[in-house]
Design a protein around this ligand. Structure first.
Ligand code: NDP
Ligand code: DGY
Length: 329
């Protein structure tokens, strides 16, 4: 509705985002937008400055929103809308205490992230980056019976850690490859697992019986560092490990040991700690480790829809109305 300039609510956006969301925001005409207009992250100092007096914050997973940021914002802050489904970068207890609402982007990125996970699994198991490299560097001398062999999904056992929205979409995409058994672990058995003949098993069983392990859970105090020495030591030496959840679920030193000693066959990671992974990191020296730069949801259309949803969540929070995807705190 009509609002005088003095009454416009203040919004801070921490990055350049797809136009889809910005169009909705300007059409709504209810706020004065200040934006970190860059493809690179806002510095901590500029975040603390930019958020002062804001009623709404639109942030990314690379922005740590903790008590210090909330204090810097002051009492106006009503809503935090993150351009992600993961919310481990938000200090939920501090946010809840202050009565701030949170919006996120579940569902709209599920298909894109599941597709990328399947691509990463196949690329890792069939050694695509190594093969591409050999074509370019002259290592391809002939068709060779024993060269660049990997592992196939047909007849295999796949273990999905965290059969949530994305885990389920990954399982649905993998089953048509001829997977024999689909195991999953988590806090609770999922009724929807029946659609993929999923067997709910203890984590140890999943780890020791799977040929492919896919991590698609959320990062929580319980899952942090879950994939460690003891985890990798239980895996088959022919098994492939894939992580598209959050880097901190994995102990990367222990993963390096497991990969370099031949304890496990290979790993594909879309997420690491830190992000970006330093270019001199030891994991990047390994041929059996495929690392991607956190591109799970990176299709043009998905990022556009995420942007629109994040802005709709923001507007709902600012106006005290429904948010299309509000996180239950
Ligand atoms: P969901 O909430 O639908 O799924 C998360 C799953 O994690 C739930 O099924 C939950 O199972 C499970 N989980 C929680 N704790 C544990 C545990 N201790 N052990 C095993 N599983 C556990 O979220 P989404 O599927 O939408 O997203 C999952 C995560 O994927 C996000 O949190 C984000 O970190 C990551 N992500 C990464 C992307 C990328 O670009 N690589 C893109 C999008 C998301 P239960 O209910 O039984 O606890
Ligand atoms: C998320 O949404 O949590 C992903 O990591 C990026 O899309």
């Amino acid at each position: 509705g009509m609002q005088s300039a003095g009454k416009l609510m203040k919004v801070f956006i921490t990055r350049r985002i797809p136009q889809e969301g910005l169009k909705i925001l300007s059409a709504a005409g209810v706020c004065e937008v200040s934006q970190w207009d860059s493809d690179e992250p806002v510095s901590r100092a500029d975040l603390l400055k930019g958020i002062q007096g804001a009623h709404g914050l639109l942030c990314l997973l690379s922005d740590k929103i903790d008590a210090e940021v909330l204090e810097a914002a002051g009492p106006n802050l009503k809503v935090i809308s993150t351009l992600s489904v993961g919310f481990d970068h938000l200090a939920i207890d501090e946010i809840k205490k202050r009565g701030i609402r949170v919006g996120y982007t579940p569902d709209v990125l599920t298909d894109a992230t599941a597709e990328l996970t399947v691509a990463l699994l196949l690329a890792t198991a069939r050694r695509l980056p190594e093969g591409v490299e050999e074509v370019k560097n002259g290592g391809w001398s002939s068709w060779k019976p024993l060269w660049l062999c990997g592992y196939g999904l047909s007849g295999s056992t796949v273990g999905v850690i965290g059969l949530g929205r994305i885990g389920m979409a990954i399982a649905q995409r993998l089953m048509p490859f001829g997977v024999k058994r689909l195991l999953y672990s988590g806090r609770t058995a999922k009724p929807h697992a029946a659609e993929v003949n999923g067997e709910f098993v203890p984590l140890d069983t999943l780890v020791s019986e799977s040929d492919f392990i896919v991590v698609s859970c959320s990062l929580t105090p319980e899952t942090q560092g879950m994939c460690d020495k003891s985890f990798f030591s239980k895996m088959k030496p022919t098994a492939v490990f894939i992580n598209t959840s959050r880097g901190a679920v994995v102990n990367q030193e222990h993963l390096y040991e497991a990969l370099s000693s031949g304890q496990i066959a290979a790993a594909g990671l879309d997420v690491t700690t830190p992000e970006p992974l330093p270019t001199n990191h030891q994991l990047l020296t390994l041929k059996n480790c495929v690392v991607l730069p956190h591109i799970g949801s990176a299709t043009y259309s998905t990022r556009g829809v995420m942007s629109a949803l994040a802005v709709q969540n923001l507007l709902g929070g600012l106006q005290g109305t429904d948010m299309p995807s509000e996180l239950t705190l």
